[in-house]
Design a protein around this ligand. Structure first.
Ligand SMILES: Cc1cc2nc3c(=O)[nH]c(=O)nc-3n(C[C@H](O)[C@H](O)[C@H](O)COP(=O)(O)OP(=O)(O)OC[C@H]3O[C@@H](n4cnc5c(N)ncnc54)[C@H](O)[C@@H]3O)c2cc1C
Length: 474
């Protein structure tokens, strides 16, 4: 394993001398944004309004050169450095409080090699950027459920979505990256070049450097799929969740389901009388032939009397952004999550109990189906691990700034988590961890792969320059 030699790392401090900042700015391939500048508020805006951090400067690089300059500057002046991809990390790991934030949003190009079935995406992309570019050619790679999520953070933590049961974790289709390591060198990492580094970034997050671009393998998908959402009153939850369990268990890899309970939003697709009432819903995406999808989904579509059935043949990109409006940026968000080895009647009964007397308009628990191709590879194929997960259970609260019920929402999440976590595989998803989840949870995320990750971290980032993340330290 290579070990980097890092010159002249200064002791940590919050500011650099004014002349040094001026010299940095004069040479910078990109723009420097300070508090008080017109662009500052936008540059530090992230998805979770609960996080209040103010970097002393934000750098928006135009390309790899600007990234290298910023890494060198932060390292040489002992400044805390954070990296902002799509700003969707719930713990607010995109921002440094008082240090430098490297905002990658100026680097969002995507190029698709149709015959080779590969796409190269810059690290400032959101998921929709890559999906739209690849679906133009009827191709896709497995990305997440909300199109505004950052591609970089999602990929570096593992990444899963509607296509993961066919193709595995997002990082299973990752072929190569360009990454600027702590010594300020841009390296290519793949299974054959810096293979140890490549193994680590396939799940190990932003611990190893700034990724500037990703190369993904693509597959033929759609562009039409059978997908959408179907909802019933929560009074039917026991039967609906049993159908969900049975269909999920028998599902081909082309089909991915998710179930959720919550109080109904004031959505136009629901009758007004249903707004605010408890519901149970199933989300589906079937990327196989339409007739096969109709047969596989029949038990769901024919169950009981749904309040609304939005499952239809539609564009895959439309399904990929269907949930965007349900997760608006700026609200306060708090989650807990666990991977589950399966769901049985006992689990589902406890799940349903969490909604007895729930008055929150937005709190929900989502059960995302996983399994399939995720489990095809060995646990140590990339740092992400957790390949035995059959479901991800995500307990989510959300409320507007200033909501007097904020403490009650936090409490609801913690209580529900307490009731459900004994069903966990023992693993949890590093990309769903909140600000108050400590190192022990990160160790639980990586479990068998943690020691190897710590060794790669020690080799490539011996001074822990990249520490505003779910930090790996030996
Ligand atoms: C509404 C919503 C829906 C989600 N849905 C899914 C889903 O379906 N599937 C799924 O797998 N996850 C999902 N997630 C979780 C998501 O993967 C994480 O929140 C992820 O951190 C978001 O990436 P980002 O680039 O937007 O994050 P940011 O907040 O910008 O960054 C997060 C972390 O990534 C690191 N990072 C960012 N860019 C780089 C880079 N270029 N180089 C090195 N490190 C970098 C940062 O240092 C930071 O630690 C969802 C999150 C939200 C809020």
């Amino acid at each position: 394993m290579a070990t980097l030699s890092i010159p002249g790392v200064a002791a940590e401090r919050r500011t650099a001398p004014r002349e040094a900042v001026e010299a940095f700015e004069a040479m910078l391939d990109g723009s420097l944004i300070r508090p008080g500048d017109g662009a500052y508020d936008d540059a530090i805006r992230i998805w979770n309004g609960m996080i209040k951090k103010r970097p002393s400067m934000v750098v928006r690089p135009s390309g790899t050169t600007g990234v290298i300059q910023t890494v060198n500057f932060a390292r040489d002046h002992g400044l805390e450095l954070s990296i902002k991809g799509g700003g969707h990390n719930i713990a607010g790991l995109a921002l440094s409080d008082g240090g430098i934030t490297l905002d990658m949003s100026g680097m969002r190009s995507v190029s698709v090699e149709v015959r080779a079935r590969r796409a190269t995406a810059e690290a400032g992309c959101v998921l929709g950027d890559l999906d739209r570019a690849t679906q133009h050619h009827g191709l896709a790679t497995a990305l997440g459920f909300v199109s505004l999520t950052g591609l970089a953070g999602l990929t570096l933590g593992g990444g899963f979505g509607y296509l993961s049961r066919r193709f595995g974790w997002t990082v299973d289709d990752l072929e190569e990256v360009e990454i600027v390591t702590a010594d300020g060198i841009a390296r290519r990492a793949s299974r054959t070049e810096h293979a140890d580094l490549f193994w680590a970034i396939r799940g190990g997050g932003g611990n190893f450097g700034v990724v500037t671009s990703f190369v993904f393998r693509l597959h033929e998908i759609g562009p039409q799929v059978t997908a959408g959402l179907i909802a019933w009153p929560a009074s039917e939850a026991e039967g609906v969740l049993e159908v969900f369990r049975r269909v999920a268990e028998a599902a081909p890899r082309e089909l991915t389901l998710a179930a959720l309970m919550r109080n109904a939003p004031p959505a136009p697709w629901l009758a007004q009388t249903a707004h605010g009432t408890p519901i149970v819903a199933i989300l589906v995406c079937h990327s196989g032939p339409v007739e096969q999808a109709a047969a596989d989904l029949a038990p769901i579509k024919q169950h009981g009397r749904p309040l609304a059935d939005l499952i239809q043949v539609k564009a895959y990109v439309a399904q990929q952004s269907m949930l965007d409006a349900t997760q608006p940026a700026g609200r306060h968000y708090y989650w807990k999550s666990e991977f589950l080895p399966g769901i049985d009647a006992g689990f589902l009964a406890t799940y349903r109990e969490q909604f007895v007397g729930n008055t929150s308009p937005a709190n929900q628990i989502v059960l995302f189906q996983m399994g399939g191709a995720i489990a095809d590879r060995p646990e140590d194929d990339g740092a992400v691990g957790n390949r035995e997960a059959a479901f991800a259970c995500v307990i989510q609260a959300s409320w507007p700034e200033g909501d007097p019920e904020a403490a009650a929402h936090l409490d609801w999440v913690r209580r529900a988590w307490g009731a459900l976590k004994s069903h966990s595989t023992g693993g949890n998803y590093v990309n769903f961890q909140t600000e108050d989840e400590v190192d022990e949870r990160t160790r639980q995320s990586y479990r068998h792969n943690f020691a190897r990750l710590a060794a790669v971290k020690a080799a490539y980032d011996p001074t822990n320059l990249f520490r505003v993340n779910r930090n790996i330290q030996a």
